[in-house]
Structures are given as C-alpha cells and as structure tokens.
Ligand binder design. Structure first.
Ligand code: GLN
Length: 491
C-alpha cells in the first residue's frame, strides 16, 4: 500500500475502516521518509519510538485519531528537541511542555511526527537561513522550497507527511506551500493559540496547516483553533465546523482583485496561471470586483520595522543563562552574553536583531517604530474597506516560482521582496490561504508549482475554505506529483 501518498482524509477513512492500524500508518510514513528525505532534507529529526507508542494508544474515532502530523521545529512538543533551526538551541534544548496547538492535536487523537526544517527562528523565505541544513524543493532539488516553513511544505509535497503544521509571520506558511504545490492556510491572528510557539514577532505570528487538500486544511484548522487562557491574544470566539463550509457553490460570492497586487514584477507564467484561476472562479459563479489597497507599497518596509523590533525583544531571552548554547569563552558577564549570541545566532538573525534594536532605540523610536505602527493601521483600514466590497480577495501568493538555491542569499532585500503579497495579511491580522493553481515551465523542462492566494476578513476562514474548495474541485493541480516523490509502479 502506498499509504504515504494519501491525504489526511484518505488516511482517516482507511484507519476507520480498519484497513490498517495507526502503527502501520506511522511505520509506512517513516519508511517513505527514510527513502526520500536524504534527497529532500525536510526533517531535522523524528522520534519513531514515541510516535509508535502514541499510535498504539490511538483512538481512530477521534477527529484526527491515529494520524501523524509533521511539526515545524519552532513549536514545542514535550520531550522533543525544538531547535528553531538555530545553533543556539540545537543539541541544547528539549521541550519541557506542549504548545497549545499540540495539546489540541493530541486531544483530537493526532500524533506529532518529526520536526521539520525552517529558516532560523522563522526569518527567511527560502529555508536557506536554517543553521542546520538546506531543504530541497521536491519539484527541483536545485531550488528552494520557500520559507520559513520550507521543511513542512517540502515534506507534504514529497509525500513524507500527510499534513504538517507551519507558522506564518509574513508569509511563511503560504509562500512555501505555493512553491511546493501544497495548500497553506494562515489563520486570523487570535484564531490559534501561540502558547508554546517560539516567538519571532508576537503581533504577527500564527500557527497553521500545510496540507495536500482543502478538506485536510479544514480538518487540521478545526483541531488547533480556539481560545486558550495561556495566550491572551487568542480570542474566545466559537470555532465553526470548517468542513461544513466545503462543497458549496460560488453563486453570489464577490472576489476582490486588488489593483496593486497585479502590478509589474510578477513572473509572466505566474500571472497567466492566476488569470486562468480568475476565469475558473468566474465560471463557477463568483463575481469579480476590482478594488484598491492603496497602502500596499509601504507594507514591506512597515513589516521589516515591526517584525525586527519585536524579534529583537523576543530573542533577548537567548542569553546562555537559562537554556540553549553557552559560550565556553566567557571572561565576564558581558562577554558571556556577547559570545554566546555571536556563536549561536546565524547572520540573518543577527541582522534582524541589530535592525530591530536600532528602530526601537531612543531618538529613532518615533521616527521608525511609531510611524510604522501608524501605517500598519492604514493597511488594516484598507482591508476593512475592501471587505465591504468583496467577500474574499485574490492575488498570486508569490511573484515568482521557486528560485535557485543560492540565488538570493547575498541580497537580503531581494529575498524580502518574495513576501510582497503575503505580508499585509499579517499586518492586518486577517486570514489567507494559498492553493495550487498551475505550473510554470522553468528552463530545462522543469515544472514548478504556482500558488493562488485568497485573503479573507478576520475570522473569515469559512469563506476562504469555501472558495478554495470550489476552485480545487474544478481543477486538477494536486494530482501531479513532484519528481522527488515518485509514485511507485502500481500505485
Ligand atoms: N519571509 C518573511 C521574513 O523573513 C516572513 C517569515 C515568516 O512568515 N515567518 O520575515
């Protein structure tokens, strides 16, 4: 049985019918990872023994009973490493507790399986900033899988995971999902608890699902959503039945096309894939509405002020005193701090701490940080106005398909531009999803997935899932498998 190629829903059906046991599911997945991951490098570690123990206890009648889920290495799972792909935590930290998203997954019967690679502390768009390893895009091993949740997306795309959790601060679920040909959903800020997620930028971070299908996305979102007394920013709003949003038609649904998101700079093949998707949605009965998000241009600058400011404070806790790497070369307290951090953090993390400290420093605080907060409010208002005219908004997820490993590492500004369409959703706190919408033909005959982004108002996940599902059902993009996930003969 080629069980690893199943979606989460298919695995659930087979487990419930008794075609296989949760133990066999974990073992089958583990075998696929052992075979494929040497080429993909999506996983940093996996604890088969504990996954098998949980599999043996699993109740398959629970919502996700017996289903293994890959976890981005920034979310705490009790007893497991949580490196954030950083030398400052690698080999020096085991989680003493579960993140709330994990507690909820466990309550739904799911099994945390393996830790996936990422950009260090989730800072990046290619997973090349990992302090541990480089992950390869399953569609072309010479290309990046996107980031920062590149390990999670590559694992799902290569059939090395049925589904995965990622995190999204400025696009880190959606962009890698787009570049690997998966579905990635960033929930509304406050939908999913951040307790136990190692903080990058606390006012922007959200945990969310990376999956093979929209239905799987709804199922996983269902399991991790909801209030948490341990995260005061997580809202006490009822969690709807997300799968009930699926299977509805699109008559009367208004899809907004933000003018600024179709400006120059988009790869022509990405553009034509997205335009074709607009045609499909129209043919399904959706009404297209042209509109404007006038404060789109400063969004990247605003993000890189707010995110770095918050990161500089959040990362102050890595001081070699309480946990993580500790320098062997301390002469006094200041050299202890300085050398611990110099040895432990990689170059992008250092760049952001320096930038963030600068924008918060006295004399510059008002000019940068405060001003960025004001523009953030304008960006949020742009979206409120847009959602008076449209139920969801549509854009490309990423302006280009996956780029080559090494292509942008020496040019951080170029790398930052990869997030041009995803960042505003985090600044506004709204929800967004990326859905496969076709392929671009790169030179040398390589095909690379393209992602369509749908944005919804705060707590509008049902509308996103409804539109995304109708689109997915009307198209066939998910049936094509990447070369690094070959279907075995007879599969
Ligand atoms: N690529 C963006 C950054 O580098 C977003 C990262 C993320 O969403 N975690 O900050």
């Amino acid at each position: 049985m080629e069980i690893h190629s199943w979606s989460l829903k298919e695995l659930q059906d087979h487990l419930r019918k008794g075609d296989l046991s949760p133990r066999e599911a974990v073992e089958g997945l583990d075998a696929a990872v052992a075979e494929r991951d040497p080429a993909v490098q999506a996983y940093l570690s996996r604890d088969l023994e504990s996954a098998l123990r949980l599999a043996d206890e699993a109740d398959v009648n629970l919502p996700l009973g017996g289903i293994p889920i890959a976890i981005k290495d920034v979310i705490n799972v009790e007893g497991q490493p949580c490196t954030c792909s950083s030398k400052i935590l690698e080999g020096a930290y085991l989680s003493p507790y579960n993140a709330t998203a994990i507690t909820k997954l466990r309550a739904a019967g799911a099994i945390p399986f393996g830790r996936t690679n990422m950009d260090e502390f989730a800072m990046g768009s290619s997973t090349e900033n990992s302090g541990i390893q480089v992950t390869h895009n399953p569609w072309d091993p010479e290309r990046i899988p996107g980031g920062s949740s590149g390990g999670s997306a590559a694992a799902v795309a290569a059939d090395e995971a049925f589904a995965a959790l990622g995190t999204d601060t400025g696009g880190s679920i959606r962009q890698p999902a787009a570049l690997c040909g998966c579905v990635g959903l960033k929930p509304t800020y406050g939908r999913v608890s951040r307790y136990g997620l190692v903080a990058f930028a606390s006012s922007l971070d959200q945990i969310g699902p990376i999956t093979k299908t929209i239905e799987d996305s709804a199922m996983l979102l269902q399991a991790i959503s909801g209030a948490d007394p341990r995260d005061s920013t997580c809202l006490d709003k009822p969690v709807p039945d997300y799968t009930a949003a699926l299977g509805k038609d699109l008559k009367g649904v208004r899809v907004g096309l933000p003018r600024e998101y179709f400006a120059e700079g988009i790869d022509p093949q990405v553009k034509s894939a997205v335009e074709a998707a607009i045609e499909v949605l129209s043919s399904l009965g959706a009404e297209m509405v042209e509109l404007s998000l006038p404060h789109t241009e400063p969004a990247i600058a605003v993000y890189y002020i707010i995110a770095t400011a918050e990161a500089s404070t959040n990362l102050a806790r890595f001081d070699g005193v309480r946990y993580g790497h500790r320098t062997a070369a301390a002469e006094d307290l200041m050299t202890h701090y300085g050398r611990t951090r110099a040895e432990g953090f990689g170059p992008e993390v250092k760049r952001r701490i320096i930038l963030g400290t600068y924008v918060l420093s006295s004399g510059y605080h008002d000019e940068y940080y405060l001003r960025a907060q004001k523009v953030r409010t304008l960006i949020r208002e742009d979206f409120s106005k847009a959602f008076e005219k449209a139920d969801v908004l549509l854009s490309p997820t990423s302006p280009t398909p996956a780029f080559r490993i090494g292509e942008k590492v020496d040019d951080p500004l170029q790398m930052y531009l990869a997030d041009i369409f995803t960042i505003a959703a985090n600044l506004a706190g709204i929800c967004a999803i990326s859905v496969p919408c076709g392929f671009a033909n790169a030179e040398s005959g390589i095909t690379l997935p393209v992602g369509l982004q749908l944005l919804g108002p705060a707590f509008g996940e049902e509308a996103l899932l409804r539109v995304a599902h109708a689109y997915e059902q009307a198209t066939d993009w998910s049936s094509k498998k990447p070369p690094l996930a070959p279907a075995k003969s007879g599969a």
